[in-house]
Each structure stands twice: as structure tokens, then as C-alpha cells.
Design a protein around this ligand. Structure first.
Ligand SMILES: C[S@@+](CC[C@H](N)C(=O)[O-])C[C@H]1O[C@@H](n2cnc3c(N)ncnc32)[C@H](O)[C@@H]1O
Length: 264
């Protein structure tokens, strides 16, 4: 694991849910409405996390079955525990080496995961390999370079102002390809065809600053992972700097925009 990715802690499901899963749930519904799949298809999901996209698929898309995967035992077990639908199957899988035969699924999907996979080309070609000819490969990622995840943007803006070295951890810098053009190029270079993208938008709303800040203290995900490496005094200074950016009175509302991609 490289020095930057070591902060991408993927465990402690309840903490992830507070930090990001709840916003992914809102985007998942929009993503599936945009995808508009036929019923009774065989689905594969990569990087299920706490099950935002898996649950939405079962609720909205009438799959024949969905194979739900993640490389984290902790997340997969959590999702297994919360989804009792008989159409759901579960397996540990690294997106870069899927343990499935060729052409086994009609759709391979993923939410907020592809950017974290070290070899994204390999992950996309694996998705294509296990998808039947004429099937669909589709995913969504936050619009990090466009400041589309306002919560994360505020955190890194403050962190970089206090410690310039934090800039290399900022997801906007780590994942510059998370734009419509960048993702189209990534898919095309990975051998996918007929690539289309769309923006999906929601709003993250917190009743007050403490509710906004709390998920950053839980250690799960890149920004909270970075926060957990700071001293108490450094974390207090960071909290103060973030408060200065987002404001401290009343509800905090920030935009959240993801890019959705579909291809064959
Ligand atoms: C930001 S979370 C997204 C979780 C969920 N899909 C959502 O939308 O909330 C990223 C997920 O990708 C998983 N992940 C990261 N790298 C992976 C890899 N190489 N193979 C499979 N899963 C991976 C993590 O364990 C984590 O569950």
C-alpha cells in the first residue's frame, strides 16, 4: 500500500455510514433511475461498503440476483447482516481480480469505489470480462476535482492551510480523472465502448457544526483517517479551521455531485 492510500481505512461500518454511506444512498437511487435497467437481470456489485447501492438495487430494480462484493471482510459482513433478501449473494472480491468466470452477469456496477482501486484499468476490464456481451458496466464516483463533494472539500481546504503536506492526500489531487472527460477516457482506454456520463446531485445537510464534524472524528475514510493521525491540539486547530470555512450557526448545507458512467 502506498503512503497516500494508507489513510483509506475501510472498516468500522457504522462509522463509514455516518461519514459517507448515507450520502451514497441518495446518489444510488438517482444512479439506478438513470441506468433504468430491465428487471430480472443478474447483477454484480464491487466495493459494496455498507450496502448503499446493493439495497437500492434490490428495492428499485427487481434483479434476478445480485452478487455483492467488497475486499473488506468488515464491510461485507455488515452488508450481509443488513440485507436478508434471498436474491442477494455475498463474496469477498478484489475488484482487480474478480473470482468469477467470464460472462456471468448482465450488469457490473459500483458506487464511490473505482477511484480507490489502485489499477482502475484492470478493474474495468475485469468488470467487462465477467459481463455478458451486450451487458452494462456502470459506476459513480464523487466529482472530487470539481469540488463536488463539499464536505470533503471543506476538510481538505482547512487541512492544507494548516499543513501544506496534507495536499497530497486531498482527493481532488489524488483523483483528477473524476470528471466527465477523464472518466470517459479511462473507460475507453480500458477497452469499454459506448461510454456515457451524467452528473448526479444531492445536498448534504447537517443540523449544526458538531453534527458536521463528528464523522471526521471516527477514523473511517481518507479524511477521517488523516484526522486520526493528528495530535489532539492539531485536530482542535483543524476543527476550528473547518468551522471557519463552513460556518458555525444553524444548519450546514453543502452540495454533493457525483459523475455516473455507463458503458458496454
Ligand atoms: C468509499 S467506499 C464506497 C462504499 C459503497 N459502495 C458506497 O457507495 O457507500 C469504497 C469501498 O470500496 C472498497 N474497496 C476499495 N478498494 C477495493 C478493491 N480493490 N476491491 C474491492 N473493494 C475495494 C472498500 O472496502 C469500500 O467498501
Amino acid at each position: 500500500m502506498d503512503q497516500i492510500a494508507k489513510y483509506d481505512t475501510w472498516s468500522a461500518s457504522e462509522h463509514y455510514e455516518r461519514y459517507m454511506g448515507r450520502w451514497s444512498r441518495e446518489i444510488a437511487d438517482q444512479f439506478l433511475r438513470w441506468l433504468d435497467p430491465k428487471p430480472e437481470l443478474d447483477w454484480l456489485e464491487l466495493g459494496c461498503g455498507t450496502g448503499a447501492l446493493s439495497s437500492a438495487t434490490l428495492r428499485l430494480c427487481s434483479p434476478r440476483f445480485i452478487m455483492i462484493t467488497d475486499f473488506s471482510d468488515d464491510f461485507l459482513n455488515h452488508t450481509k447482516h443488513v440485507i436478508s433478501d434471498p436474491r442477494a449473494k455475498f463474496e469477498i472480491a478484489d475488484a482487480q481480480a474478480l473470482p468469477f468466470p467470464d460472462a456471468q452477469f448482465d450488469l457490473a456496477v459500483s458506487g464511490l469505489t473505482l477511484n480507490f482501486v489502485p489499477d482502475r484499468h484492470l478493474a474495468l476490464s475485469e468488470m467487462q470480462r465477467v459481463t455478458r456481451p451486450g451487458g452494462t458496466i456502470a459506476f459513480y464516483v464523487w466529482d472530487y476535482p470539481g469540488g463536488g463533494m463539499g464536505v470533503i472539500d471543506a476538510f481538505w481546504s482547512a487541512a492544507k492551510a494548516l499543513k501544506p503536506a496534507a495536499s497530497e492526500l486531498d482527493e481532488a489531487r489524488r483523483f483528477p480523472f473524476c470528471t466527465s472527460e477523464g472518466l470517459t477516457n479511462l473507460c475507453t482506454a480500458s477497452g469499454l465502448r459506448d461510454v456515457t456520463t451524467t452528473a448526479l446531485e444531492t445536498e448534504t445537510v447537517f443540523p449544526d457544526f458538531e453534527a458536521f464534524w463528528h464523522p471526521f472524528t471516527l477514523g473511517t475514510g481518507p479524511a477521517p483517517g488523516y484526522g486520526s493521525t493528528l495530535s489532539e491540539a492539531e485536530l482542535a486547530a483543524l476543527k476550528q479551521a473547518v468551522r471557519h470555512i463552513v460556518g458555525q450557526d444553524g444548519p450546514i448545507r453543502l452540495p454533493a455531485r457525483a459523475w455516473a458512467v455507463r458503458a458496454n
